[in-house]
Design a binder for this molecule. Structure first.
Ligand code: SAH
Ligand code: DHB
Ligand code: MG
Length: 214
């Protein structure tokens, strides 16, 4: 018998991932600004928030800001005095995200950096080590983002990466798309990476999570 289904996803969301006004407003504002509706789901956001707090993160990094929806959940999980740096290559997305962070009351804790993450990460290495890294930008970049995270996470730090299921195409019946093979390879690498203790959190589109071993 399968118990975890949409009904239970809704049950978790209604109990644990309740959006406040700021989070509720992101989707509409982002849509109005022409951003794609590809933010993580509330349930996934709550999971990130719990992860961030569980590892006591004071220095968090996000790759792929969009409208600031996931960044708000991450920022709200930070330990007191903690900071989130979030990377975004589209100026328009970064602008919407800055509004989101202001409305959510986390603007003092969040810095949006505009540019190609691959370039920005070169300087960010000097600002580490990081306690938490969330990867949710272009899928071909995932392998090198994970390389960077492995080099720049402290022991006990956590790396998470979105879209492990690639809309149901990596393991399910959904037709494979351009990035299906890539995400299958990425998931296999995650599963066999000796420097991480890993799994996939199965809500939404699946979030890979790994704890950096000493
Ligand atoms: N994490 C967001 C969703 C991110 S969508 C949320 O859940 O709310 C992916 C974002 O990554 C898009 O805004 C896209 O512009 C950005 N992106 C894609 N490639 C990038 C790159 N190379 N460097 C920085 N940002 C990138
Ligand atoms: C899509 C969804 C995502 O969560 C993402 O990070 C990139 C693309 C999509 O549905 O196309
Ligand atoms: Mg995603």
């Amino acid at each position: 018998m399968t118990i975890y289904d949409d009904v239970h996803s809704r049950y978790i969301t209604d109990l644990f991932a309740v959006e406040d006004e700021a989070l509720r407003g992101v989707a509409a504002r982002a849509a109005q600004a022409g951003l794609p509706g590809i933010s993580i789901k509330p349930e996934e956001g709550r999971f990130l928030q719990v992860l961030v707090r569980a590892c006591g993160a004071r220095k968090a990094l996000e790759i792929g800001t969009l409208g600031g929806y996931s960044g708000t959940w991450i920022a709200r999980g930070l330990a007191p005095g903690g900071r989130l740096i979030t990377l975004e290559k589209e100026a328009h997305h970064a602008e919407v995200a800055r509004q989101t962070f202001a409305q959510a009351g986390v603007a003092d804790r969040v810095e949006v950096r505009l540019g190609d993450a691959h370039v920005l990460l070169e300087t960010l290495a000097g600002e580490g080590p990081f306690d938490f890294v969330f990867i949710d930008a272009e899928k071909p970049g995932y392998a090198s983002y994970l390389d960077w995270a492995l080099e720049n996470l402290c022991p006990g730090g956590v790396v998470a990466a979105h879209n492990a299921f690639r809309k149901g195409s990596v393991a399910g019946d959904a037709p494979p798309d351009d990035y299906t093979a890539l995400m299958r390879a990425f998931n296999r690498r995650f599963a066999s990476e000796p420097r991480l203790l890993t799994t996939i959190f199965p809500a939404g589109d699946g979030t890979l999570v790994g704890v950096k071993l000493a």
